[in-house]
Ligand binder design. Sequence first.
Ligand code: ADP
Length: 866
Amino acid sequence: MASYTPMIQQYLRVKADYQDAFLFFRLGDFYEMFFDDATKASQELEITLTSRDGGGKERIPMCGVPHHSAPNYIEQLIEKGYKVAICEQVEDPKQAKGVVKREVVQLITPGTVMETKGLTDKQNNFITTLTHFREDIFGLAYADLSTGELYTTMLTGPRQLLVNEVYSIGSKEIVVSENFPAEILHSLRERMIITCSYEENSNIPSEFDKITEGIVHDDLLVTIGRLLHYLKRTQKRSLEHIQAAKYYKLEQSMKIDLFSKKNLELTETIRSKGKKGSLLWLLDQTVTAMGGRLLKQWVDRPLINQDEIEKRHQMVETLIKEYFIRQEIRDLLKEVYDLERLAGRVAFGNVNARDLVQLRKSLSQIPLLKSLVEKLPTDNLCLYDQMDVCDELTSLLHESIIEQPSISVKEGNMIKDGFHKELDTYRDARRNGKTWIAELEKKERDLTGIRSLKIGYNRIFGYYIEVTKANISSLPEGRYERKQTLANAERYITEELKEKETLILEAEEKIISLEYELFLKLREEVKVFIPRLQKLAKAVSELDVLQCFATISEERFYTRPTFNDERKIYISEGRHPVVEKVMDSNEYVPNDTWMDKEKEMLLITGPNMSGKSTYMRQVALSAILAQIGCFVPAKEASLPIFDQIFTRIGAADDLVSGQSTFMVEMLEARNAIVYATQNSLILFDEIGRGTSTYDGMALAQALIEYIHDKIGAKTLFSTHYHELTSLETDLHKLKNIHVSVVEQNGKVVFLHKMKDGAADKSYGIHVAELAEMPNELILRAQHILQELENNSVNEKTETSTTNAIEKEDPLTQLSLFEWKEEKRQTDGPLKTEKLVLEKLKQINLLEMTPLEAINKLYELQKHLKK
Ligand code: ADP
């Protein structure tokens, strides 16, 4: 180290404290990176790697970015999950003795970044802390630095719960102590892209006492303390906007674990991982960014308190009826900016005058919004009371800031005339000076007789009198001092002009510094209003989400659900909200769902792509929509209040986790059966198909029986194991339903219509037949199927293994070979008749509806006619 230049030594000292971050080291107009940081950053940011002599034996790798374009680069690094430490010169280089003093002024991390493109307005950016206390007891706290929200809870239970919760929150960064169990961090990282940070200090910093008022549990205090310390340490600035911690309990909302959330595509789709195509995307008719964020929070945590839910429903119903009021509310909301984030930036000290203009505009809408809310003929969920119009602040902003202030706070042009006496005096001086100069120009022209003479100003030379070369001879001697020579003109200054120039420039300078001072003072005054603004923001976002529910419910013909205590699901003409929307209108086939204490499980059979998954999901999504306070896509709906929803898809379909192993499928299924209660909803989609047929079928059956006998949760179970449909006989709470398939103009058509009873067991072959596969192949397949089924019956007693089916069949002798032979010889109707007869014999009339029987006859006759 000793041989390095003093500056590199300084760099290394600073870097030692920020090992896990890129150190942006300010050197003049650049941020430079050195050593490994430089090598890595040059790759990540695709910028040129150079080197520098740092006094050591070898040249030091170096790369840098201009300071004005740094935000762009920082953003790229943060989005990749890195941290960036900003190290600035903290003394004036001109006054520095030796190396300029430098300090890290902020550590930007994925969980604390305030402004990036990646941080869309409608998304919170939460940073989470976890503390491990004993065995399975954890403290959790999370905050959004940009909005100031802070939440906390204790988690007691399996670690899976923890992973679920962190996923639910959607944090990009997690703060823990060094001794936090590594395997948990590992499973978090497996599930999501998350940056890990460490903080050992967990005492609440004294300035945050207020934030934790009302939180008495020591474990929670330790957890919040760790988070606040980390924020304070990294941000190194005022965090006055952090709101009082809100304690919540998982049991207060419907639990939907990570896997089910993904699978139901609540906030992002399975394929693209984007919002488009998700339930949130469908619902999002919010007008403000704050409303958008609150909507996501509501979707993430559906309510379970019937009263609270129904209050939301009531408000939605009113807003649907009061169409004009709703439209007016929507129009006003368009003028309301992101109050929460504005408040955050006020505290952080990075608002400019334009932000304050936005704040003023937003506040001006509040009295109007309030009067609209008052007009609504319903209990307005205290929104009216919570809408604090912040009168004093609105008038202060009206008096102080001009309509279109400059972006920079250091160029003046922000404060209104009449707001501050001294400022007005300087402005007068400047204005007078300028008038005086205009007059001087006229006077000089008259004096010299040069019509083209003009007075100008530039930043380097200040004010000057410009005379073209052709006119120079007309200038009187002595009065004019030459300042600058141009190609065809000369610029002069006079004593008089110099004096005025000093006055004007002084006034200008004073105006700028005074405006800056006044602005800072104003910002401090706005700070006082932060808690009130935050409360107002909450009320506005709530109103926004409720109008969003009303808008979508009206637009898509949703209906207000009712709740029953009899654990009954009754949905008439239910639809899948998202599938319905992305399909052309009117193509979606609605379906009923009818389940109660007597029939708690539906076993759904039907061919692939016939709509089984869609049907199951539409039930779950309707339950979720109902419990977040929205209406549901159905003609009529009465639902129980669900405590939890579990969704599992068979491993073969599991695109979600990328781990399509049977083990995962079983782990997930286990979770459902361990934690589900009779108040839960379970969707099992093709469970058991990740293993061999009999194995999978046995497991599926055992699962069904277990849920049926031990849990009693409402369960929808789709399967292609047709054999399971016979369970209906023994399990009295189970009911078979199937999706119907028909032939239209020679093509297989899925009607997507659910019907009672089991699907035609040979539907696969049936579909192949409709697709006009050769007769011989179809018959052979039917034969094999029958053999398999016979075998499986025998197997139950003999435990023999299944072999490929022997071709010779004593009844029909329809081996493929023979068929071909005969066909070659006769190719006539004889053989077909034999086949048709054989098929007729196989038909079990007792299992058919009259319509099915007619269809079958039609089909057989068709073969004879060919
Ligand atoms: P399965 O689970 O039986 O394989 P899916 O539920 O995945 O079938 O449905 C397949 C496709 O059928 C869906 O993507 C959708 O386009 C369409 N579909 C499903 N249900 C309906 C319906 N009720 N009305 C219209 N189209 C539907």
